[in-house]
Ligand binder design. Sequence first.
Ligand SMILES: [Zn+2]
Length: 525
Amino acid sequence: MFWADKIVNDIEKKLKGKDLLVIRDEKTASGRMLISAMRGAVIHGILAEIFSEKGVPNEFLWEINDTDAFRSVPQNLKEEQYKEYLGMPLYALPSPGEGAENYPEFFAKEFTEVMNHMGFTPTYYRASIAYKEGKFNETIKTALENAELIREIYKKVSGSEKPADWLPLFVVCEKCGKVGTTKTVSFDGEKVKYTCEKDIVVWAEGCGHEGEVSPFDGNATLPWKVEWAAKFKVFNVDVEGGGKDLSTKGGARDVSNHIAREVFNHRPPFDIPYEFFLADGKKMSTSKGNAPAAFDIVSVLPSHIYRLVFLSKNYKQAIEFNLKGDTVPTLFDTYDRIAEKYWSDTKDDFTRLFELIHAPEERTAIPERFLPRFSQIAFLVQMSHMNVEDEVEKIKGEPLTEEDRKELENRMYYASRWLTEYAPEEFKFELQLDSVPENAKQFSDEQKKLLTKVREYIQTKDSLDGQELHTTLHEIRKSSDIDPKEFFSAVYLSFLGKESGPKAGWFLSVLDREFLEKRLLEVTK
Ligand SMILES: [Zn+2]
């Protein structure tokens, strides 16, 4: 059974009889979202889709967390412009660009565009608005009244010891607006007393103000692990996974689960502790420079390929991803392979994967169509004198259908994007039409002899078939002692000035006939 279907079955067994299943996830809008952060989004999104497919009423909630304190200025923003906001809640920061009313909205917009591209449609809400609307009031009161119990849970579960006077609340300082610098001193049932401390954290400086204010309706926020438990209760969450690093024994999730049960009297949601999303074996981070932004990938991967990156691996396996080398053509090849299985009426985990990488509205009728290899399209779009559609029709061996043409257009678009943004040099080609490339002028006698044989063979043919030519090239090569690389590099050097290129037989078959024969003669002189 496909891994996501299995999770759904497990959840159904555990949560039988719920009227509406609530699936929740969140992202702190502290900066651009890395592609690695999409793993949770995709896992929750696909579960919601499968529940809907089975007719189980559900709601997929996505929180834009905009109440956390601003702790560091991201590298792509001006330090000078933003350092005065360190310690303030994110919603108090100005937008770094046009089209958004504040800082978290700016990054939330990018995120929702990624989700739209992938076909996921959660219900979005802002943490700050939920606080302001009073949704957290009850849990804030309960947390303050049970501060001692919360301190005990921290100690018992994670070994972390809080001072005996510590209260689980961060007030937004009425004087300087910072939330990361305040310490709550007392609670009388209606108001809290607090101080704004100069050096309680290293990343921000408080103003020294001492005040008294209601902790409700957005004047304060709960500390992370208490807040997480409060969210389980406030939104009545049934399903919420998280990175496996959070779900270790004594980790954040463990603490939050205890607080949910023992303080808020609420059953914690079904957990899905998923594995890491890595680049070169390391966790992705903006500072390591090994992590593309989720938004930047939208322009190089169509929705179903983007989904494939995340869904092809069980949540218990790490995903290795980088945009270097042949990652993108390989993803398309994988798509083509599972498509072939799907259209041959096989039913297994691969064909289920194929269904699920298409958004629900496409899933019911995925049109069977010709899938030209991505690497070939990437080559053809670089050959300005060629008509790509004609060449693809030749590869297919029959006229293209409407669906074939749509697919081709799509692949041409993404191949061009890939070539501009990420493709390594070995995939970039320029046909050397004007003259024999410099590095094709020193062929050995043996190389020349074989290239002459190629020309002679071509002259006997009215039209060239890529596959047939491919076989012939290998036969010609075998008629000599020459090493394959020496022979094929001569073929590519003659036309591209490079030692490698696309599949040789097909490559020669798509070249202009007159040019092909003329060049083969020139390089063998
Ligand atoms: Zn202050």
